[in-house]
Design a protein. Structure first.
Length: 168
């Protein structure tokens, strides 16, 4: 009876996470630098959007002292795509380019949040976003303390949306 209950339970869609590199590359160990390279976080103020699966969460736990991360909502993803989306050649992601793939920024954001599509499915789109330093600066604790101690690093949950809006 317990086996049938497990089969009938509906699986939740994996959450969409934003990961932002906060600290630079001076003094970073080779293992952490390799993990950052795999996550496409090669420089400060770069952001990636990923699904929260076990593989990515293991990588994030390794780089948590250099990045901040949290669950991102659909409105923030849409705004991020419109303002900071780039295609190969460092050209701005335009609505015409998305129309070639039969998408708009709204439908693309909705499909990303629902895990129906990935960023790499849009051919030629860069899988990371270049951001500015946040307006008003980081939290009072600085960039060497975790978010739970009023710093800028580590898990911040849905508060990542406020930080992303300040960095766009």
């Amino acid at each position: 009876m317990a086996e049938t209950k497990k089969k009938t339970e509906k699986k939740e869609a994996p959450k969409l996470m934003a990961v932002i590199r906060i600290r630079g590359g001076v003094g970073v160990t080779e293992k952490i630098e390799t993990t950052m390279e795999l996550l496409r976080l090669r420089r400060k103020h770069r952001c990636i959007i990923i699904t929260a699966n076990d593989n990515y969460m293991g990588m994030i736990s390794k780089v948590k002292d250099y990045c901040t991360f949290g669950e991102v909502d659909e409105a923030t993803v849409k705004e991020l795509i419109e303002k900071r989306g780039r295609v190969v050649g460092d050209n701005k992601l335009t609505t015409e380019y998305l129309k070639q793939h039969k998408l708009t920024s709204e439908t693309f954001a909705k499909k990303l949040v629902n895990s129906e599509i990935k960023i790499k499915d849009v051919e030629g789109m860069k899988q990371f976003f270049k951001l500015s330093p946040p307006k008003g600066g980081y939290e009072r604790g600085g960039i060497k303390k975790p978010y739970s101690m009023h710093g800028a690093l580590g898990y911040r949950g849905p508060e990542i949306n406020k930080l992303l809006r300040r960095m766009m």
